[in-house]
Design a protein around this ligand. Structure first.
Ligand code: G6P
Length: 614
């Protein structure tokens, strides 16, 4: 999804830092890119459709080294088309005021059509189909040349919708104004330069000292840092915080793709997720972000786990965990469906928002809806300081490290592991015995090593993937707690390999989908040796009777392998932990199918890492 970078320095050219920042944001998914560079007397804009590397080449020709030096201020953007085709004209920055003002914007201006009509009546000439251009002209109409920030504030007060923006104007040389509502913006305070970005990963190679803007904030950015205000010009204090991630943890580190690196990081990521959170004396979990007195925990009547995409699948696993370990009725809800169905939620209900990025627009809206209705709200996020984490006010971080690949992997296993620990903690305030709690502690503690065992199967998984990489359709079957993992396996497959893949409850197969089975439709069956396995073996027989080849996910040494054409082996675990090891095997399977099909694994077509629009 769209990305913003801004750079302000006294002496350093903004060119390289802006392009480098855009490169770091590539993983979010985009279709065009652009920069605006300002010197004391000149504002220049360069845009390209396609990759940032194209823009970089274009810049190198159009603005060679010696000329670059005078442009010490700039803004840049990667666009993921919402209003208008992915063309150079629609790419950001957008200009107004006869080319003197340049704006980059993330989010959606919902009343742009009305604003545009009004501005066109006043003589503004629009060149693009975007919502953003209306805001550029609107700011220009308020700008008297006196107070730039006041002009931006006045314009933003007329905007309905969401925005993260950075804007420059030759009428105010050296000034960059940034603001946010609903789209993240972070300011990195370096030595003699300041970097702005929509995502902290574009900042960490310059500085790890950052200021997170809140919704409603506007800031004047200078090489020394930023002054933050409300739109009514009241100064607000925002702390400078230290980011824990370093630049190296956002690099590929020798792997062919970020996705593969992140799959292989899972043992370490899970160790970080679990570290210090298991109480091996009382057989429970210690989750500082859920530090509620047992009496309060005991009053919770129902949990609602909310998320999108992979996070939703983790939430669906959570439903099984909360119900089986903590006797807590739980539902898993897709965030957009939840927010628009006037959800019945209130005090005594526990809303748990799952989001790797902590910025997904629908999940954030669901959090606001739940907070507004008086529910107990917790966030489970990976990105520290993200909007969902801050707005929920209470929660548990994954500590899985930066996830760059669009297709989520380590966040899923970390989310399930956090949900396991939440279920354990809650269960221990209810009916889960100390002995059962201690057993679960051992199982959770063993997960990083078990995942490492799955990774050792990589070559074998690659060989099996080669047999099925040409398929056009696949089915993934799971039962009980493994059903959401089947959905996640199918999602991974379609996201990165573009193979049409569907996940089903194993028992549902015969109620329709079986009509599609045949020799050309491989079925991936989750046959782990946990309760329900024999029933799934029965479903596998039904598939094979229709000549569909079956790839089984099978517990090491288990006889279920003989019912399959191929088996991918995973270590023995309890049912509660089975989704974690199984998901890793399915991630590798999808990865190798996609690799063999020659797909762009880290940035699949049409997908965005962080969906910050509805
Ligand atoms: C996008 C990504 C998915 C991700 C989903 C939810 O669709 O492509 O990989 O699972 O958003 O993201 P979140 O950051 O809220 O977990």
């Amino acid at each position: 999804m769209c990305g913003i970078v801004g750079f302000s320095s006294h002496s350093q050219s903004a060119c390289r830092p802006l392009v480098n920042g855009l490169l770091r944001l590539e993983y979010r998914g985009y279709d065009s890119a652009g920069v605006a560079l300002e010197s004391a007397d000149d504002l220049r804009v360069f845009k390209k459709t396609g990759k940032v590397a194209e823009l970089d080449r274009f810049l190198a020709e159009a603005l060679p080294e010696p000329e670059r030096g005078k442009y010490t201020l700039g803004i840049a953007h990667t666009r993921w088309a919402t209003h208008g085709l992915p063309t150079e004209t629609n790419a950001h920055p957008h200009l107004a005021d006869g080319g003197r003002l340049a704006l980059v914007h993330n989010g959606i201006i919902e009343n742009y059509a009305a604003l545009r009509a009004k501005l066109e009546k006043r003589g503004c000439v629009f060149v693009s189909q975007t919502d953003t251009e209306a805001l550029a002209h609107l700011i220009a109409t308020f700008d008297t040349g006196d107070d730039f920030m006041a002009a931006v504030s006045q314009a933003l007060k007329q905007v309905e919708g969401t925005y993260g923006i950075a804007v420059l104007s030759l009428r105010h040389p050296g000034e960059m104004i940034v603001a946010r509502r609903g789209s993240p913006l972070v300011i990195g305070v370096g030595e003699g330069s300041t970097v702005v970005a929509s995502d902290v990963s574009a900042i960490v190679s310059y500085t790890r000292q950052v200021i997170y803007l809140n919704d409603g904030d506007i800031a004047r950015v200078t090489p020394e840092g930023a002054d933050v205000f409300t739109l009514d010009n009241v100064p607000v204090a925002r702390d400078v915080q230290q980011v824990e991630w370093d630049a190296a943890s956002a690099e590929k580190g020798g792997y062919a793709h970020f996705m593969l690196k992140e799959i292989f990081e899972q043992p370490e990521a899970l160790r970080n997720t679990i570290r210090g959170r298991l109480d091996r004396t009382d057989g429970t979990a210690v989750l500082a972000g859920l530090n509620l007195p047992p009496r309060e925990l005991a009053t919770i009547r129902r949990a609602v786990v909310i998320g999108c995409g992979t996070s939703l699948h983790a939430g669906m696993v959570g439903k099984y965990l909360f119900e089986s370990l903590a006797d807590l009725p739980t539902s898993a809800e897709q965030a957009a469906e939840f927010r628009y169905c006037n959800p019945i939620i209130g005090p005594h209900d526990w809303a748990i928002a799952l989001s790797q990025s902590g910025e997904t627009a629908d999940t954030l809206a669901a959090v606001r809806e739940s907070v507004g209705k008086g529910a107990l709200v917790s966030a489970v996020c990976n990105v520290v300081g993200s909007t969902i984490a801050r707005e929920a006010g209470r929660g548990v971080y994954l500590h899985a490290g930066p996830e760059i690949s669009v297709a989520s992997t380590k966040a899923f296993t970390a989310q399930v592991t956090v949900l396991l620990m939440m279920a354990l903690k809650l269960g221990r305030t209810r009916r889960l015995s100390r002995e059962a709690g201690l057993r679960l502690c051992d199982e959770i503690a063993a997960l990083p090593d078990l995942v490492a065992e799955v990774l050792k199967e990589n070559d074998r998984i690659a060989a099996v993937a080669a047999k099925y990489a040409a398929a056009n359709d696949m089915f993934f079957l799971g039962r009980g707690i493994l059903y959401p993992t089947a959905l996640e396996g199918a999602l991974k497959m379609k996201e990165i390999s573009y193979v049409h893949a569907e996940g089903y409850q194993a028992a549902e197969l015969k109620h329709g989908p079986i009509a599609l089975l045949g020799r050309a439709t491989p079925v991936v069956a989750l046959l782990n040796d946990v309760p329900g396995k024999e029933k799934t073996v029965g479903n596998v027989q039904e598939c094979r009777a229709r000549e569909a080849p079956v790839v089984g996910i099978v517990t090491q040494g288990d006889a279920a392998a003989r019912h399959c054409d191929d088996a991918l082996f995973v270590p023995r675990t309890s049912a509660a932990c089975a989704p974690v090891v199984t998901a890793v095997a399915l991630q590798l399977f999808a990865y190798h199918v996609a690799r063999l099909r020659g797909c762009e694994i880290d940035q699949p077509r049409n997908l965005a890492k962080s969906v910050t629009v509805e």
